[in-house]
Design a protein around this ligand. Structure first.
Ligand code: RUB
Length: 324
């Protein structure tokens, strides 16, 4: 018999897979909220059944997208805090643990923002890629410090998350220049920083973020523009400490074909013709030598030193988020 999963958990999983809920921190927050909802709605009649349901819910959430380690880190954190002998006690501890996680996540982002703001001087121009709440927290904190910041915002094909970034920066009062991705190198001359987030950080300091980040970092290095990665510690990937690599998500070809000459065929869900292959990787890996600083809520690190923080935080590693 398969354990009951609350419909709200299924909905969250679908929203993450469809990118209605997206970005590594936001995904972690939604996953923790979904586990709390599962606990609240559970009709399990034994503690074993309750735990099985919770693990099934975690598994459904985990299967949505493979690259942002904040997702399994969040699931693992919540499941490790499930305590008690009775269903009622377990329900309470799950909800409390998920709430604590979500508060910590918000606090970490705020602290990270203050750390990152130290790298930004009055009058600086940042170039962004994709949409990262951690990266935006740095700009927000700099503005709160009274600095004037401007932004050059890359659109970020195919899902155009740069438009979300542009609108959030505008609501902070930041002057924004929106550019297509291909214009990035030309506009690097006008930027003082490249500022991006991360989906995962590997133990060697590699940064896994939205596809296009690595090319931007290479160009930034050539132009002498420092690359700053804003990533709270939930983005640190424990398994990479033992040599595992981070899976890069490949997304549907229709994301690339929509609003192109192939739009009609894309809408039908068919491959346009046998000779055309569409590849749509969602993320890429920027090697540590192209990154100047990783900004976390514990301070900023040269990428090569991030493993020290990982050792402090994780100690040992586990495989599945629910293998506690
Ligand atoms: C989002 C992305 C963001 C990171 C960090 O990709 O690459 O830069 O997730 O975001 P997608 P945050 O849109 O495919 O989810 O700082 O908000 O965690």
């Amino acid at each position: 018999e398969t354990p009951d999963i609350a419909p709200v958990v299924e909905e969250t999983a679908t929203d993450i897979a469809d990118m209605e809920v997206r970005g590594a921190a936001t995904i972690a927050d939604a996953a923790a909220a979904a586990l709390a909802a599962q606990a609240q709605r559970s009709e399990a009649d034994s503690s074993e059944a309750f735990r099985e349901e919770l693990e099934a819910a975690a598994s459904a959430l985990y299967e949505t997208r493979p690259t942002a380690v904040s997702l399994p880190n969040a699931l693992r954190y919540v499941l490790r805090g499930v305590e008690g002998e009775t269903v009622e006690a377990m329900r309470e501890s799950t909800v409390a643990r998920a709430e604590a996680f979500r508060e910590d996540l918000e606090q970490a982002q705020e602290t990270l923002g203050e750390v990152g703001a130290n790298r930004l001087r009055d009058g600086d121009v940042v170039m962004t890629h994709c949409h990262s709440t951690d990266a935006l927290a740095c700009v927000e904190a700099a503005i709160e410090d009274g600095k004037e910041i401007e932004a050059i915002v890359k659109e970020t094909r195919p899902r155009l998350q740069g438009h979300i970034t542009a609108s959030e920066l505008r609501s902070m009062g930041v002057p924004v220049t929106l550019i297509v991705d291909n214009a990035a190198r030309r506009y690097l001359d006008e930027a003082d920083h490249v500022l991006v987030g991360a989906d995962s950080i590997a133990a060697d300091g590699s940064v896994i973020n939205k596809i296009g980040t690595s090319g931007l970092a290479v160009n930034a290095r050539e132009r002498g523009v420092p690359v700053m990665v804003a990533a709270q510690s939930i983005k640190l990937h424990p398994d990479t400490m033992t040599g595992h690599t981070v899976e890069i998500e490949m997304r549907d070809e229709r994301e690339v074909l929509e609003e192109t000459a192939y739009a009609d065929v894309a809408a039908d869900g068919d491959v346009p013709d046998d000779g055309l292959t569409v590849e749509n990787p969602a993320f890429d890996v920027t090697p540590p030598r192209h990154v100047d600083a990783i900004v976390t809520e514990h301070g900023q690190y040269p990428p090569e030193s991030i493993v020290m923080l990982m050792r402090d935080l994780f100690g040992e590693t586990t495989t599945d988020p629910w293998a506690v």
